[in-house]
Design a protein around this ligand. Structure first.
Ligand code: ATP
Length: 608
């Protein structure tokens, strides 16, 4: 199994440029984040009011401490002492009760924000082209859908609230301190900037570590997705790679815990520094306050010094938190950036603004000078021209990797052409309404995909309002009805994870029944190359044959009987139509077709 493409190895670590820019929070980014909060402005306004009130109330007990000391204790006024103590407790209780209401609303907003982001991302992913899913790491997609979006809930519940409440507390505390005594207030305030140095260091380190941990997490998710899927496990078992995969997982896991430990330590060191400063502060105030009382300022009271010490004590928390918040905030920005990266991915295949919705569909398909490449390095289709008239059928044959599946992928716009055009009923498919186009095309692909549910649920996916009779009719036509009838649960038989409880042939016939229920104008069969036993082959053939004869169809054919049923045969080689004609014409030409006939179809002929 190849290493995951999107893990740290695939995307690389932070570039120097990213490192220099990462901690910066740009205004457009903040504006964009707030645009998602805008629908909840009423709730936010209430939260804001709660924060302001509870922050101010939270400071009052500290201010009351001064009066408790001066008027209650030193003034020996018991009545006043009791009133002040009760007032202080009441204010404290009120502030906490408001905090409860604020926390409820906060969580409500956070959950609704993540609900919106999840839906938006899922909706956007649904619009992404097939190319995105073939080239993306599934683990990365799941991480962004789940843990990244959960992470932003924290921004609202913790980061956003903390910034506000701590800023308000800090501003009010500074104002009150200056009103009490400007000299002591200045001493207290001067200690604060000393916190910034270790915080800056922690901010940068944590930013890098967060990105690395996230990439590592993507890698782990990727490994789990790949190796714990049914087919992944099968591959691991059959190649005896259990130990190799185990070691790969352990390595990624070890890297992850290392990063987590480093990440939490980056935060711890500066807490040590801050804690040291926080014990120095009060002592300095007592010293300077004492000198002021004893030597210079007789109006300063013990109560005043206590208020300042208490307020300084109240400031360390918010400062500490605000500095931590910077790290938290940057972390959150990283999450938002990752989410927005996905939102900003262009939807390559979408409806043209003036998309046409014809009244009826006939299924005429024309390829005009079609060029196509999945990536710029390699051209896959070179100048493909052919026409499929309504009611006719075309068989596409050719060596593996010649571009047969690519050709049919262009018709329902799973990919768009790079040159030339594909028309459906005379209109360029890029100008047609996508829903109309895809509704009129039915594909039975090589890899049959069935959802983990019952046969009935899988069939109803094509036509949710199909009647029981219609389901049975489709099963009969697809040659699967005998099988269904023999099951104890009939149509309600579970097919297992991705249909794995069924054989390859049964799955294919169910997918044929599903396409018959969809009843498109154009049928496309990408015949499986994997060998089925001759009975299964025959059953599938019997299901497909009437469709080929009566409906407009394109078949990527590997079996002679399917090829013979088509009106025209296209032989593809290296992305070009090398030969075309009927079976006899092509055999007479003695070219690639004859070669294929002798090597591939000849074998099939023996079986048939
Ligand atoms: P087969 O008979 O084996 O199914 P095919 O003729 O249908 O083969 P295609 O699946 O059309 O061949 O592939 C044509 C070429 O394009 C192959 O070389 C393949 O490796 C390449 N290719 C197919 N899908 C992609 C993709 N999503 N991204 C990049 N290259 C691709």
């Amino acid at each position: 199994m190849p290493p995951m493409g999107g893990g740290p190895m695939g995307r690389g670590y932070l570039t120097e440029e990213e490192k220099a820019n990462a901690p910066k929070v740009t205004w457009p980014l903040v504006k964009r984040i707030f645009s998602y909060l805008l629908p909840y402005w009423k709730q936010l306004a209430v939260v804001l009011a709660c924060i302001v009130v509870s922050s101010i109330l939270g400071l009052l007990p500290s201010v009351l401490t001064g009066r408790i000391i001066d008027e209650g204790l030193i003034g020996q006024n018991l009545r006043m002492l009791i009133i002040l103590i009760v007032a202080s407790l009441g204010v404290s209780l009120g502030s906490n009760l408001i905090g409860v209401a604020e926390s409820y609303l906060n969580n409500w907003i956070a959950q609704h924000l993540s609900f919106d982001l999840r839906n938006k991302m899922y909706g956007h992913l649904q619009k992404m082209s097939q190319g995105f899913f073939t080239s993306s790491n599934q683990g990365d997609i799941i991480t962004r859908m789940t843990s990244d979006i959960s992470g932003v809930e924290r921004v609202v519940t913790i980061t956003f609230t903390s910034i506000l409440s701590n800023s308000i507390t800090l501003i009010c505390a500074v104002v009150i301190m200056y009103r009490e005594n400007w000299i002591l207030a200045t001493v207290g305030v001067l200690i604060i900037p000393l916190f910034t140095i270790p915080t800056r260091w922690a901010g940068k380190t944590r930013w890098t570590l967060t990105r690395e941990a996230q990439e590592c997490n993507d890698e782990i998710n990727g490994i789990l997705n790949e190796t714990l899927s049914v087919s992944g496990q099968l591959l691991v078992k059959l190649f005896g790679k259990e130990e190799h995969e185990y070691n790969r997982y352990v390595d990624a896991n070890r890297k992850m815990i290392g990063l987590h430990i480093k990440e939490s330590m980056a935060g711890r060191w500066f807490i040590v520094v801050i804690n040291t400063f926080s014990s120095v502060g009060p002592m300095l105030l007592y010293l300077v306050g004492g000198i002021l009382i004893m030597k210079y300022d007789s109006t300063l009271t013990v109560g005043d010094i206590s208020v300042l010490v208490a307020l300084l004590g109240r400031m360390y928390g918010p400062v500490n938190s605000l500095l931590n918040i910077q790290v938290e905030w940057i972390r959150s920005m990283a999450l938002f950036t990752r989410i927005f990266e996905y939102f900003d991915m262009p939807v390559e295949i979408q409806n043209a603004p003036d998309a046409v919705v014809p009244a009826t569909a006939n299924g005429n398909v024309v390829f005009k000078n079609v060029q196509f490449s999945y990536n710029p390095e390699r051209q896959i289709l070179k100048n493909v021209n052919f026409e499929l008239k309504s009611g006719n059928s075309i068989a596409i044959v050719g060596p593996s990797g010649s571009g047969k599946s690519t050709i049919i992928n262009l018709i329902p716009r799973l990919y768009d052409v790079c040159g030339g055009e594909v028309t459906f009923d005379g209109i360029d498919v890029r100008k047609l309404d996508l829903e109309f186009l895809r509704r009129n095309i039915g594909i039975v692909s090589q890899e049959t995909y069935l959802f983990n549910g019952t046969i009935r649920e899988n069939l109803l996916y094509a036509k949710p309002d199909a009647t029981e009779e219609e389901l049975i009719e489709a099963c009969k036509k697809a040659n699967i009805y005998d099988f269904v009838q023999n099951q104890e649960q009939g149509l309600d038989t579970m097919v297992g994870n991705r249909g794995l409880k069924l054989s390859g042939g049964e799955k294919q016939r169910i997918s044929i029944a599903r396409i018959l229920l969809k009843d498109p104008v154009l049928f496309i069969f990408d015949e499986a190359t994997s060998a089925l036993d001759s009975i299964s082959e025959k059953k599938i053939q019997e299901a497909i044959d009437p469709i080929i004869h009566s409906r407009t169809s394109i078949l990527i054919a590997h079996r002679l009987s399917t090829i013979l049923a088509a009106d025209e045969i296209l032989v593809i080689k290296d992305g070009e139509i090398a030969e075309r004609g009927t079976h006899t014409e092509l055999l007479d030409d003695g070219g690639i077709y004859q070669e294929l006939y002798e090597t591939q179809f000849g074998k099939a002929l023996v079986q048939e």
